[in-house]
Design a protein around this ligand. Structure first.
Ligand SMILES: CC(C)(COP(=O)(O)OP(=O)(O)OC[C@H]1O[C@@H](n2cnc3c(N)ncnc32)[C@H](O)[C@@H]1OP(=O)(O)O)[C@@H](O)C(=O)NCCC(=O)NCCS
Length: 239
């Protein structure tokens, strides 16, 4: 009873702190919009994945490596240069990082040694450790998730994400298959999935209600399907 009250209090403090940080960094409009989403919000994700393959040749030279805590903090410090929406995206990643979800990897430009992208590799042990079993699928042996990928805005659409050498790094660690959740309207990610022949296993609805999150599978694809119809649907909707 006491420990459950303590958990609730801890959760409330964490929510209030995150709200204040959003207000401070991302501004009133985004803070209100995200507060509304936490009270009642719905997002559809595509649960997808594929075999880990080598990356295509890079358009901009980068090197990917397991991040030190300094690298991670350098990435978060870049928040000041991002749009308000980008600031919010980085705050979310900071929140997950502080909860210890996964191992961070950064990409740095080879010429200037700047951190330009970050993502977290999440294993089944990480999911258990963070207590996120209700949000994540069960991962089998050799499977990982890439979570919370973020490319700094000034580096976007230059092939940074597509050319990271995560594939080689993960194969070297014995992983064979990666899974990911992407918002079904994330155009760059859909392009990436099509190009890299990633498959969609399911459409998943994430519901936020009064700061609680639940996920429900809307459609399951067996065998898994291409991401192309999802991109076509968005392109059709926007014309
Ligand atoms: C999604 C994201 C990681 C892509 O990073 P990026 O380095 O800009 O991506 P790339 O340059 O490698 O491009 C990947 C594909 O998306 C396409 N693309 C990139 N930006 C695009 C845009 N604004 N509109 C349409 N297509 C775009 C590229 O042409 C490429 O497709 P191709 O392989 O068919 O040529 C980046 O936009 C980002 O950090 N977004 C915010 C956070 C997010 O959505 N993370 C992912 C979910 S956790």
């Amino acid at each position: 009873m006491i420990s459950s009250l303590r958990d609730k209090a801890r959760r409330a403090v964490s929510v209030i702190r995150f709200g204040l940080l959003t207000l401070r960094y991302a501004g009133l409009r985004i803070a209100l919009q995200k507060l509304g989403h936490q009270l009642y919000g719905r997002t559809v994700f595509l649960y997808s994945g594929g075999n880990i393959n080598p990356s295509p040749p890079p358009r901009i030279l980068t090197i990917t490596a397991r991040a030190t805590e300094e690298d991670v903090q350098e990435m978060f410090a870049q928040m000041r240069n991002e749009s308000n929406a980008g600031k919010y995206e980085l705050l979310i990643r900071k929140w997950y990082h502080e909860r210890g979800l996964g191992t961070p990897y950064v990409q740095k430009t080879t010429d200037t040694n700047e951190v330009c992208s970050i993502r977290w590799v999440v294993t089944s042990e990480d999911i258990k450790k963070a207590g996120f079993e209700n949000r994540y699928p069960e991962l089998r042996e050799g499977e990982i998730m890439f979570e919370n990928t973020y490319v700094l805005e000034r580096f976007r659409d230059r092939g940074i994400h597509s050319s990271s050498n995560m594939g080689e790094l993960m194969t070297g660690l014995g992983f064979k298959h990666n899974k990911v959740f992407i918002a079904e309207d994330n155009i760059p990610q859909l392009h990436y999935m099509i190009r890299r022949d990633r498959r969609v296993y399911a459409r998943v609805l994430e519901r936020h209600f009064l700061f609680r999150v639940t996920r429900k599978t809307l459609e399951q694809y067996d065998p898994p399907i291409s991401a192309a119809p999802f991109l076509e649907k968005i392109s059709g909707d926007s014309t």
